[in-house]
Each structure stands twice: as structure tokens, then as C-alpha cells.
Design a protein around this ligand. Structure first.
Ligand code: F6P
Length: 329
């Protein structure tokens, strides 16, 4: 008879990269599912840097009480350039061994998963990733935790901007987050009834946007909301504002929503997804199913091989742009 494989003894959990609403729900789910199965959990503070700095603490059932509704991450997070270096990863492996951590749950975005993948390839430490980034730009999963809450926050902000845009008859350029990913811009554009979205200014025909603004003005529209995807870094809207003025004599006002989009209490959808993914991540480790990522596909939470989520870049759903343009005539 084949010998039954044993459970991991201690799971380490960390959150890494930009934080997002829902991280605490997953931490709670991981800690409680594991303890329920008789597995110890250690919380690593501040992402991969927390391994190197040995910021490692025992997690108990009550250490994750009353956090479900809180934004951010109780474990804190960081981006850790050292982890790109082999020597630091070796040190990290030794530290995990010293703390008897024999499996990992990592929550974050593409950078977090790339780090987990290389670490697994080198040291074969069992690992499962949970997608957590407001950018929703992870390949292989239709959804990343935090996206829904970020959309809700940005949409509510645009609703408020629309009030003042209307009152002053202004054109607003509202810049939303999503480094290199237009996912937030596209969805917020539809949800807030924006007049247009600009997410790739090199290809973007600003003249078309101007044409659409003028068409609206002709039928009596006094204000317009243009959603701008931040691109490489925040501030792109100021360049577009200058271009609108210089080339087309159009005045506009810029509002950069910024980090407000990363905070706040998670929506019901994010709480549910984060709890379910945390539960499934531990089950996967208990069943020796790794290295994996919890994914959302065709309406179901499932698992996919970690490397599959890193193979290519996720393509934006450009249909949203067509919808925005079709509905803002
Ligand atoms: O976490 C993702 C994200 O919020 C992107 O949308 C944004 O471009 C980036 O992080 C900002 O990062 P930081 O807070 O480190 O400037």
C-alpha cells in the first residue's frame, strides 16, 4: 500500500508588492484552515524582505480575529529587490528552514509570483500563490483580489467629480491606477459612464477624443469625464492636459485618484473570493498540489500551475472601450 503523504508542519504566509483590499480575508482563511487541519502557521511581516529580516511570528486563531473587514494587510508588505539575487534567496531558504517553515502561501501580483517561481525552482519549497492586486493583470486568472473594491472606490470618486464637472461645465481627466495595466480604467470607464478612456497615448488618437467631446457639446453636454490609465507612472494626465490645450484649445482639469484606490474595506465579492482562495491554497498544500496559484476561471475558483500564470502578459479587454464610446454618444 502506498504510504500516506504527511501534511506540512508549518506554513509561512506573506503578502508582497502593492497591498489590496481582501489581503486580510485571505490571511484569516489561510491561518484558520491550516490550524483546523493541525498545521502551524507563521506570519512573515513585510513580504519577502520579512524573511530576510526574520520578521516571523506565530499566528493563532485569534490573531486573525476582526480583520476580515479591514483594508491593507496586517502582515504589511513591501517590494523586495534583494529577492532578485540568488544569494539572498539562499539566505531566505536557510531562514525558513531555521523557523521550521516547510511550505509557503504568497499573496500578491506578478512580481510576487515571479519570486515564488524562481524560489521554488531552486529549493522546491511547496508554494501556493493567491492573486492579490488591484491591477487585475495576472495571466491565467480572470480575477485578482482587490480589483472589485478598487473599482468601487474609483467609481464613487468619479461620481463625485461628475457633480463638480457638471456644475462648472468642465472637462475632467481622471487618472486611475494600474501600472502598465488598463484594467481599472476600462471597467471604471463603463461603470461611471465616462465619455472616453485613454490608456495607450502613443497609439491613442487624441483628435478622436476631442471629436467625441465636441459631438457631446453639440447635443448640449456641458461636461465630460475622460478616464486616463496611469501607464508607467502617475502624472500622464498632465501631459494630456497640455496637449489638449496646445493642439486643440481645450481646457481641462486633472484629478489623479492615486492610492485611495488601494485602501478601504473590501467589497463582499473580494471578501468571498479572498476567503475561498485562502482556504483552497491551504487545501492544495495539504494535498501536495504545488507549485500552484488559486485562480478564478469561468465562474469557479480553481488551481493552475504557478509557471502558467507567468508565461505571457494578460491582454486588456478592449470591448469596454467600445462600450464606453457607444454609450456616450
Ligand atoms: O499595486 C499595484 C499598484 O497600485 C499599481 O496600480 C500602481 O501603479 C502601483 O501599485 C503603485 O505602486 P507604489 O505604491 O509602490 O508607488
Amino acid at each position: 500500500m502506498p504510504r500516506k503523504k504527511s501534511l506540512p508542519k508549518t506554513i509561512g504566509i506573506l503578502t508582497s508588492g502593492g497591498d489590496c483590499p481582501g489581503m486580510n480575508c485571505s490571511i484569516r482563511a489561510v491561518v484558520r484552515t491550516a490550524i483546523g487541519l493541525g498545521i502551524h502557521v507563521k506570519g512573515i511581516e513585510g513580504g519577502y524582505a520579512g524573511i530576510l529580516g526574520e520578521k516571523i511570528k506565530n499566528m493563532s486563531v485569534s490573531s486573525v480575529g476582526n480583520i476580515l473587514q479591514r483594508g491593507g494587510t496586517i502582515l504589511r508588505t513591501s517590494r523586495c529587490p534583494e529577492f532578485h539575487e540568488k544569494s539572498y534567496r539562499k539566505k531566505a531558504y536557510q531562514i525558513l528552514k531555521k523557523h521550521n517553515i516547510d511550505a509557503l502561501v504568497v499573496m500578491g501580483g506578478n512580481g510576487t509570483f515571479a519570486g515564488a517561481n524562481v524560489f521554488y525552482n531552486e529549493y522546491k519549497i511547496p508554494v501556493v500563490g493567491i492573486p492579490g492586486t488591484i491591477d487585475n493583470d495576472i495571466m491565467g486568472t480572470e480575477y485578482s483580489i482587490g480589483f472589485d473594491t478598487a473599482i468601487q472606490t474609483a467609481m464613487e470618486a468619479v461620481d463625485k467629480i461628475r457633480d463638480t464637472a457638471f456644475s462648472h461645465s468642465r472637462i475632467f481627466l481622471v487618472e486611475v491606477m494600474g501600472r502598465k495595466s488598463p484594467a481599472i480604467a476600462l471597467k471604471v470607464g463603463v461603470c461611471s459612464g465616462a465619455e472616453n478612456i485613454i490608456f495607450n497615448p502613443e497609439d491613442e488618437d487624441l483628435a478622436q477624443v476631442v471629436k467625441d467631446i465636441k459631438r457631446g457639446e453639440k447635443r448640449g453636454k456641458k461636461s465630460s469625464i475622460i478616464i486616463v490609465a496611469e501607464g508607467e507612472e502617475p502624472g500622464l494626465s498632465y501631459a494630456l492636459q497640455a496637449e489638449l490645450k496646445e493642439k486643440f484649445k481645450i481646457e481641462s482639469t486633472v484629478c489623479i485618484l492615486g492610492h485611495i484606490q488601494r485602501g478601504g474595506s473590501p467589497t463582499a465579492f473580494d471578501r468571498f473570493m479572498a476567503s475561498k482562495m485562502g482556504y483552497i491554497a491551504v487545501k492544495a498544500l495539504a494535498e501536495h498540489n504545488y507549485p500552484m496559484v488559486t485562480i478564478y476561471k469561468n465562474g469557479r475558483v480553481a488551481l493552475a500551475p504557478l509557471h502558467k500564470c507567468l508565461e505571457t502578459k494578460k491582454r486588456p479587454n478592449k470591448e469596454a472601450l467600445e462600450i464606453v464610446r457607444a454609450l456616450s454618444i
